[in-house]
Design a protein around this ligand. Structure first.
Ligand code: PEP
Ligand code: MG
Length: 758
């Protein structure tokens, strides 16, 4: 803002402050407002149009015929006023009638006025009205005057809201230029359909007060808020793994650039000088930037704009003290969550009954937030470009993660089509539910073991719902993720006992904590407190457990006590070398001794196993085999290490295929190495829950799979259609001379045999 603009705005704001503080009714306040603005800007005409019943209605005017008040009405998009509202843009014209959208309203008597300037009155990023000035003499308004008008429009927004002059629902429905449906495309992360309403994980702040009582106090508030925000950004950057929500280096770099941008702070301070509160000043500057950016059509800049929006929102949240996420504010019961990205613990804070879906700008198939969402049965669409620009809080959303689309403000037609698909999907679900008691057996009579992955107490109900053969992977760290502090031994024991009770005769494989990577705990950090460059390859899982053996000891005791008199299956994650297995098992042996000495009831049998996630272990499997009862292949981590491709990096989300010969040949070698050793082998990564991939696993000799509960029905159906001999032979051929496109070759093979693989 130039000093002239600051001066002009301050003069008007001071007078407006008096108007607003007066005890008159809303209409007379509006009448006074147009007088003040008209006089201050030396304009013959000043008018305010507000949204009522979907139309922009003239609510107050100085200079136009008073008979037109509450009579002249324009549709959004109609005339100059309608265009301003429609585009949330500013118009500044020397000759109004020359503009193609000009629409003449004789009742107003506006013929003699040539120049015209108007700005939108914005509430929650939508235009709820228009403030305009007109002049006899044909001249464009000065930039200073336009800026003053924009500032005044913010004040009006507050006045209008407080006086209940507009209908919020109206505003929602007619949000500026956002009335039509928009279809967004992304990457399916968790399949499913949902119809709901957009809820931002980090809600936009609602500004309550616009005009400052004490400018100096507002300035101090902004200084403090900037300090806190910079601290936050610096902390996030120095602890990349704590980038809650998975912010990546690049984003953090941009955040830092903006957070330290002096131009930004200066503009906010100038807006405060003009008489605005800290919140209004931040929003005012943001509005201006938004308008400027809209004129530059550059996708790269648009991305940066989103970053700046995030940061401005963060600053607003700090300054206003509105810090909670949508989870802490109470979720409506048809919410579709919108975020750039989320951490698994953040997602777990949401009530799964109210959360219908998640749409992310980032995200990747095997990131833990997606695994958690899958466990919660919540569809997720990721990698949606331009998401936060296209969706506003409260928009109706039609999420079709099966087709990788999300329709914003869907048309009646697409809602009907959606209903039909929803009904079909329900039908399919019912068919799968009806397969509960089906024993998954191939056409040539091989019984395939199909188990579920679980991690939350509520997950165990899926055992009965799906008729799975057991829990092939119980991710014990989920309990740690949902707790604010390290879960006490009694609490752990209780959970494990409950899970075993629910499973009855069916086996449960408890994996010891796999913390680290993208599953960070604020209460458990590395000694030096530093972040890690590569957390996925860093201090995580068994590496943490062996170093902080107190943690593993407590967990071992809890598991042993919970399984008193029953069978216990213990699995260690991220084993890279056989000695790590020995060391972890020794911790269990120690606890077993302790319990034995105290004459406690011990488990009836304990089976120990490892996860194969680190490729190095494959080179020593023959040495490890005699010590273990089972091996479960964690294809999520294995793939990231085999391809050196971070599983939670959205840029790599679509790069490597599970059906790549590299993975399939690797798995085949593992199966062969363990052949005849008596070690049970299974796959517990997400790969096994996808039909085409599962078909490949069957062909490679895998007979046990632990998968997401929603996939049990589809996999049972697949198994029933497969001839094991046939797929084994086909896979042999493919492995000897891999086709150029393995996926396409397998799809064609399955189609010829009527095997459902989608
Ligand atoms: C895996 O890595 O494949 C696995 C099942 O473990 P998680 O996804 O929990 O890392
Ligand atoms: Mg893993």
């Amino acid at each position: 803002m130039t000093s002239g603009a600051v001066e002009a705005a301050r003069t008007i704001l001071t007078r407006l402050h008096e108007v607003m503080a007066s005890r008159s009714n809303a209409q007379s306040k509006l009448n006074n407002v147009v007088e003040v603005i008209g006089e201050s800007l030396d304009s013959e005409v000043c008018s305010i149009y507000l949204l009522r019943e979907g139309m922009l209605e003239l609510f107050a005017t100085r200079g136009l015929a008073q008979e037109a008040v509450h009579v002249t009405r324009m549709a959004v998009g109609e005339g100059l006023v309608g265009t301003i509202a429609d585009q949330t843009g500013t118009l500044n014209l020397a000759e109004a009638a020359a503009h193609p959208d000009f629409s003449y309203r004789p009742e107003t008597g506006e013929d003699k006025f040539h120049s015209f300037a108007g700005v939108p009155i914005v509430r929650r990023e939508r235009a709820v009205g228009v403030l305009c000035v007109q002049h006899v003499e044909p001249r464009r308004y000065e930039e200073v005057e336009i800026e003053a008008l924009q500032t005044v429009a913010m004040v009006l927004s507050e006045l209008i809201t407080n006086a209940d002059l507009i209908d919020e629902e109206d505003a929602r429905a007619l949000g500026a230029g956002q009335t039509g449906p928009v279809q967004l495309h992304g990457l399916t992360l968790v399949k499913g359909l949902a119809l709901g309403v957009a809820v931002y994980h980090q809600p936009r702040v609602t500004i309550e007060h616009v005009v400052a009582e004490d400018t100096e106090a507002e300035r101090q508030r902004v200084i403090m808020a900037f300090e806190r925000m910079r601290e936050q950004i610096d902390r996030m950057s120095s602890q990349a793994e704590f980038g809650v929500g998975g912010e990546h280096e690049e984003v953090l770099e941009t955040y830092r650039m903006f957070a330290y941008d002096e131009g930004w702070t200066r503009r906010i301070n100038e807006a405060i000088d003009s008489g605005l509160t800290a919140e209004a000043a931040i929003e005012r500057v943001q509005q201006r930037t938004r308008m400027r950016m809209r004129q530059i059509d550059d996708p790269l800049l648009a991305d940066r704009m989103h970053d700046l929006e995030d940061l401005a929102n963060r600053l607003l949240r700090i300054v206003s003290g509105q810090l909670g996420t949508a989870a802490s504010m109470g979720l409506r019961n048809d919410a579709i969550l919108i975020a750039r990205n989320l951490g698994p613990a953040e997602l777990l804070e949401y009530d799964r009954r109210r959360l219908k879906g998640v749409v992310l700008e980032e995200g990747s198939l095997t990131s833990h937030v997606v695994i958690v969402a899958r466990a919660m049965g919540v569809p997720v669409l990721g990698r949606v470009r331009g998401l936060r620009g296209a969706v506003r809080e409260g928009d109706q959303l039609l999420l079709d993660a099966d087709q990788a689309t999300c329709t914003v403000r869907p048309s009646t037609g697409s809602l009907e089509a959606f209903d039909a698909r929803f009904a079909k999907s329900r039908e399919r679900q019912a068919i799968y539910a009806g397969m509960r008691d089906v024993q998954p057996t191939t056409r040539d009579g091989a019984r395939i073991n199909v188990m579920i992955n679980a991690g939350l107490r509520d997950d165990v109900v899926n055992l009965n719902l799906t008729g799975a053969d057991g829990i092939g992977l119980f991710r014990t760290e989920f309990q740690f993720l949902v707790s604010a502090t390290l879960p006490q031994r009694e609490k752990q024991t209780r959970l494990y006992r409950d899970v075993l009770d629910a499973a009855g005769d069916r086996p449960v494989v408890f994996r010891t904590v796999d913390i680290g990577g993208d599953k960070t705990l604020p209460y458990l950090r590395h000694d030096d407190g530093e972040g890690e460059e590569n957390p996925a390859m860093g201090w995580r899982a068994l590496r943490v457990a062996l170093e902080r053996d107190g943690l593993l000891k407590v967990q071992a005791r809890s598991l042993l006590e919970a399984a008193a008199g029953r069978k216990l299956n213990v699995m260690f994650p991220m084993v890279a070398e056989p000695w790590e297995f020995d060391a972890a098992k020794a911790v269990f042996d120690g606890q077993l001794d302790y319990l034995r000495k105290r004459k406690k009831v011990l488990p009836e049998a304990i089976r120990y196993g490892v996860m194969l996630e680190v490729p190095a272990l494959a080179e020593q499997l023959d040495l490890l085999a005699p010590k273990i009862a089972f091996l479960s292949i964690g294809t999520n981590d294995l793939t990231q290490f085999l391809f050196a491709a971070d599983r939670s990096n959205p840029k790599l989300a679509e790069r490597y295929d599970w059906l790549s010969p590299a993975i399939l040949r690797f798995l085949r070698r593992v199966v062969r190495t363990l052949d005849g050793t008596g070690v049970d082998i299974s796959v517990c990564g997400e790969m096994g829950g996808r039909r085409l991939e599962a078909l490949a696993l069957l062909g490679l000799g895998i007979r046990r799979m632990s998968i997401t509960p929603a996939a049990i029905g589809p996999i049972k159906e697949l198994v029933g259609k497969v001839d094991l001999g046939e797929i084994t032979k086909a896979m042999e051929g493919w492995m000897t001379s891999p086709p150029a496109d393995m996926r396409a070759a397998m799809v064609a093979w399955a189609a010829e045999r009527d095997i459902p693989v989608d």
